[in-house]
Design a protein. Structure first.
Length: 132
C-alpha cells in the first residue's frame, strides 16, 4: 500500500489526533464532543461519518491503560496498604479520565490515517463482488 504524500494544508497524523484537526484542511473541527466525531468539517465539508473507525481505538487502549492502572494499584498497595475504598476512589476516576483522553487521541489518529491512506472496505481484485 502506498501512502500519499502530505499535501499543503494537511496536518500530520499525530498533530491531527492530538488537537482534533481535520485531516484534509487542518481546521479544529474533528470532534463535536469528548469522543464523538462531528458530522462534517465546516471549513472543507469533509464527511467524517463516511469513515469507519469502529471499535479499533477502544480495543487498542484496553491493554496499555489496564496495564498502567493495575501496575500503579499494586505498587500503591505494596507501599502503603490503603483500604479498598481508597483504591476505588483513586483508580476508577483515573481510569475513566485516561480512557476518554486516550480514546479521543486514538480515534482521531485512526480517522486521520484512514483519510491519509484512502482506506476503504476490502475488495478482492479481479472479482465483481459476487460470492458463490
Amino acid at each position: 500500500m502506498t501512502v500519499s504524500p502530505i499535501e499543503k494544508g494537511q496536518p500530520a497524523v499525530v498533530r491531527a489526533a492530538l488537537f482534533g484537526l481535520c485531516p484534509a484542511c487542518g481546521a479544529k473541527s474533528m470532534f463535536a464532543s469528548a469522543t464523538q466525531f462531528s458530522a462534517i468539517c465546516p471549513s472543507c465539508a469533509l464527511d467524517y461519518q463516511s469513515f469507519n473507525v469502529g471499535d479499533g481505538p477502544a480495543a487498542l487502549m484496553i491493554i496499555p491503560i489496564g496495564g498502567i492502572i493495575i501496575t500503579l494499584a499494586i505498587l500503591l498497595d505494596i507501599a502503603v496498604r490503603p483500604p479498598f475504598w481508597l483504591h476505588v476512589l483513586i483508580w476508577v476516576p483515573l481510569t475513566a479520565i485516561m480512557v476518554v483522553g486516550f480514546l479521543r487521541i486514538a480515534k482521531g489518529a485512526m480517522l486521520a490515517l484512514e483519510y491519509r491512506n484512502r482506506a476503504g472496505e476490502g475488495r478482492l481484485s479481479g472479482t465483481d463482488g459476487d460470492t458463490q
